[in-house]
Design a protein around this ligand. Structure first.
Ligand SMILES: [Zn+2]
Length: 325
C-alpha cells in the first residue's frame, strides 16, 4: 500500500509538472472551480406528474439524455423522488460503468450527428473516473470527518442530511442537445445532478471536468464555456467547471468545493481533512516528504509528529502511530 500511495502520487505530480511546462500555465495553483453559473436555475416540475416507472427505469439503466430525463420527471416523479438508485455499489462497478459508457454511440442511436472519429474517441478523460468515484464515497459517508465535532456540528449535520434528502439522481455521461437542431453533435456532461430545491422545484447541475487537451488544442476555454453556458441555461442547466488535474490529485476536494459553491451542501469542504492545502505543491507528506494524492478517501491522514500535527500518507501515519506505542 505504501508503495502504491507514493508511486501513484509521484507519477501524478510529475505529470502535472510536465503539463505546466508544456502549456506555460500555472496549473498547480489553479482555482478548483474554473467557472460556474452566475445564478441558480430553479424550475417547477411539470404539472402532469403521473406515477409511471418506465422512463425512470430507463434513466437508471443506460446513458441518459435530456429528453429522457424530462419524460421521467413528467411521468414518474414520485418514483424518482423516492428511489435511492444513485450509483453503482463498488469502485469496480463504478469503473466498469464509466468505461462502457459510450456516450457518442448512444447519441448516434438517438439521431445525433456523430463522426466516425468521435465514435473512436476515448470518452472518459483523466480525472473523470476519480471525480465520479469521489462523489460515491462522500455520499456514502466516507471522506468527510462526520463525527469530528466542531462548533458548527449541528449545522453541518443539517446540511449533510439535506444533501442526502435532496439529491435525486447523479449520473455520468449525460447527453444534452447543443442546439435546437437535434442532429448537431450534442454536449456530453461528465456528471449530471438532479437536486430538489423546494417542494415541486428542482435544479439540474452539470459538472464538467476540463481535461488537459483543452490546452493542447488551444481552445479558448472561456469563450467556449460562456457559449455553452448560455445554451445550457436556456435548457434548464446550471454548469460548473473543474480541472481534471485537480481531480487526479484530490477528487474529494474538488467535489466538496462543487457541493459548497453550488449550495447543495454548504461548508462540506470544512469537514475534509487537508482542505487547507490550496496548491498541488502543498500535497506533501509531513513524515516522508514525498508527494501525496487522495485516490482513496483515507489516503491523507492527520498525524502527530512530536508536538505538531501534520498531514501524511495513510501508510506513513499508520507506521508512525505504531512506532509511538
Ligand atoms: Zn509519507
Amino acid at each position: 500500500m505504501a508503495l502504491q500511495e507514493i508511486s501513484r502520487a509521484v507519477k501524478i505530480h510529475d505529470y502535472i509538472g510536465k503539463l505546466e511546462r508544456l502549456t506555460n500555465l500555472s496549473l498547480k495553483n489553479s482555482p478548483i472551480i474554473l467557472g460556474l453559473s452566475s445564478q441558480k436555475n430553479i424550475f417547477d416540475l411539470p404539472p402532469d406528474t403521473k406515477d409511471s416507472y418506465e422512463y425512470v427505469e430507463q434513466l437508471y439503466g443506460d446513458i441518459s439524455d435530456h429528453d429522457l430525463l424530462f419524460k421521467a420527471m413528467r411521468t414518474g416523479w414520485s418514483y424518482l423522488n423516492s428511489s435511492r438508485k444513485l450509483f453503482p455499489e463498488s469502485k469496480e462497478e463504478c469503473y466498469k460503468q464509466l468505461i462502457k459508457s459510450y456516450a457518442f454511440h448512444k447519441a448516434k442511436q438517438l439521431g445525433y450527428l456523430i463522426s466516425d472519429n468521435q465514435l473512436k474517441e476515448k470518452q472518459v478523460c483523466h480525472g473523470e473516473y476519480e471525480a465520479y468515484y469521489a462523489v460515491h464515497e462522500i455520499f456514502y459517508g466516507h471522506a468527510l470527518g462526520i463525527w469530528e465535532r466542531k462548533s458548527d456540528f449541528d449545522w453541518f449535520m443539517y446540511n449533510y442530511a439535506s444533501w442526502h434528502q435532496n439529491v435525486k439522481l447523479i449520473t455520468s455521461q449525460f447527453i444534452v442537445p447543443s442546439s435546437l437542431h437535434q442532429n448537431i453533435t450534442p454536449y456530453i456532461l461528465d456528471q449530471l445532478w438532479l437536486v430538489c430545491d423546494a417542494k415541486n422545484q428542482v435544479r439540474l447541475l452539470g459538472l464538467e471536468i476540463s481535461g488537459e487537451q483543452h490546452f493542447f488544442n488551444r481552445i479558448d476555454r472561456d469563450s467556449k464555456t460562456l457559449g455553452n453556458e448560455n445554451h445550457l441555461k436556456s435548457l434548464g442547466y446550471e454548469m460548473y467547471y473543474v480541472p481534471s488535474w485537480w481531480c487526479r490529485v484530490d477528487p474529494y476536494r474538488v467535489i466538496c468545493e462543487f457541493l459548497d459553491v453550488s449550495g447543495i451542501f454548504p461548508d462540506a469542504i470544512r469537514y475534509l481533512i487537508g482542505s487547507e492545502l490550496n496548491s498541488i505543491d502543498k500535497y506533501i507528506c509531513g513524515i516522508c516528504h514525498a508527494p501525496m494524492v487522495r485516490w482513496n478517501w483515507d489516503w491523507i491522514q492527520k498525524c502527530k509528529v512530536g508536538n505538531s500535527t501534520v498531514l501524511a500518507h495513510k501508510s506513513c501515519a499508520i507506521h508512525q502511530s505504531s512506532s509511538c506505542c
